[in-house]
Design a protein around this ligand. Structure first.
Ligand code: GLC
Length: 425
């Protein structure tokens, strides 16, 4: 059965493979996405290491001169997606979007390097990527943490990777909609509109894009100019984990300066993460940098923080919190607390389960020795696939497959989970 699932997952990767990058799925997402690629490379690495390295290499070929790695690379024109290159207007020869996404590549590269069978190839690729990933991390702390707090902001909900999370509702409501050019959404032609963000949210997303474009995408200005500035514990947890892993990798490769600075980013970040902890919710919360208040919204962002080496007592508290949530749903881990009135088990990041998030939480909690909850998360993840195939996301109670189908990173996570130590006994 397990081998059968792995074969099916490989079939999904093959279908979405464009040779030097993969699309997340046919139709809905016809280009290369940043964190999708990094996580999908983990799947490839189990059966084709060269292809795994190629995926990440392609992503970094489109890194901006200032260090940013954009969230979408529009390799081939396709009018089945909105907003396309004309809306972003970033002026790149091969067009890209202008915002970024969770920096999970440092983690992925270290993991693929550590278990590589072809060490020569792994060393060469890791050595080439190391300074570029580091430049991206430096870009984050320079542009997104201007006051040196140790934590970075996102300036657009899409940067979080959790596009329409309930976490953003209040802050997004402050983003205007006046002056947004009329547009036609394409996503609702590929997926059930009830599973997707609303039109109102889309207008605000596009307002932000137009606003940033009016600054010529000058990253030294965008943070302060954005009416949406949010410190997301999940996003920071991923960045911190990548900095820590990059420090380890740099040490292995004898790049001591990169190792030193990466470890400093990570140590500072872990200490600062404490400012996001909420005793009332038993998890981390987002901080709205415009109002300087914690956002009372218990989402998966505050649990995903466990991907980085948070203190043991925090990891234990997160494990208990997930255990409690697990008593109320059939499948862990819902992207929002089901006890909250805004929870919606079918709508994208407002309740459904996402396998990539499950994987990262399980990995972090495994490192923290929380093996019982890891078993439950991993078992639930595989049950979802057996029940409903390789969907984009799933209802945490009915396992209804939602969004796009034959999804690349879902398939990659199945291969990764079944082939690694995290696999259920
Ligand atoms: C959606 C997701 C985002 C992902 C992208 C491509 O926008 O919210 O996290 O990277 O789709 O799969």
């Amino acid at each position: 059965m397990r081998q059968d699932l792995i074969e099916k997952a490989r079939g999904v990767l093959a279908r979405n493979d464009r040779g030097h990058y993969t699309v997340p799925t046919h139709g809905l997402y016809p280009f290369q996405w940043n964190w999708d690629s990094a996580l999908s490379a983990l799947g490839f690495s189990h059966f084709d290491e060269a292809r795994a390295w190629r995926e990440i290499e392609t992503l970094f070929q489109h890194q901006w001169e200032d260090g940013e790695v954009p969230h979408i690379i529009f390799h081939e024109m396709n009018d089945g997606y909105f907003p396309g290159p004309d809306v972003w207007g970033t002026g790149r020869k091969i067009p890209t979007s202008g915002i970024t996404q969770p920096a999970v590549t440092g983690f992925a590269v270290r993991r693929i390097h550590a278990r590589a069978r072809n060490k020569t190839m792994a060393d060469a690729n890791a050595r080439a990527l190391l300074p570029r990933i580091h430049a991206w991390h430096q870009w984050f702390y320079r542009n997104r943490d201007p006051e040196g707090t140790g934590l970075v902001s996102i300036i657009h909900p899409w940067e979080s990777g959790r596009d329409n999370s309930i976490d953003w509702d209040n802050a997004l409501a402050r983003v205007p909609t006046e002056g947004v050019a009329p547009f036609k959404r394409r996503d609702v032609a590929h997926a059930n509109p009830d599973h997707r963000p609303t039109d109102e949210e889309y207008r605000r997303y596009i307002w932000l894009v137009q606003h940033f474009r009016s600054f010529g995408w000058d990253n030294s200005k965008l943070h302060d100019a954005s009416p949406f500035r949010m410190v997301d514990p999940g996003f920071n947890g991923i960045l911190i984990r990548s900095c820590r892993d990059l420090a380890d990798l740099a040490e292995t490769l004898g790049e001591n300066e990169i190792a030193r600075e990466s470890r400093a980013f990570s140590d500072r970040g872990i200490a600062a993460m404490e400012t996001l902890w909420s005793d009332a919710y038993g998890q981390y919360l987002c901080l709205d940098r415009v109002t300087n208040e914690l956002v009372e919204s218990p989402s998966i962002g505050g649990l995903l923080a466990a991907f980085c080496p948070i203190p043991d007592h925090r990891a234990k508290a997160i494990a208990s919190r997930i255990l409690e949530i697990g008593k109320t749903v059939q499948y862990l881990v819902p992207s929002h607390d089901p006890a909250q009135p805004q929870f919606d088990g079918l709508r994208y990041w407002r309740g459904p389960v996402w396998l990539i998030v499950n994987y990262m939480i399980a990995d972090g909690l495994l490192n923290a020795g929380q093996t019982d909850i890891v078993q439950r998360i991993v078992t639930d993840s595989i049950r979802l696939i057996e029940q409903s195939g390789f969907a984009e996301y799933y209802d945490p109670n009915t396992a209804e497959p939602c969004g796009g189908s034959s999804f690349t990173w879902t398939a990659a996570m199945v291969i990764e989970i079944l082939k690694t130590e995290a696999a259920p006994a």
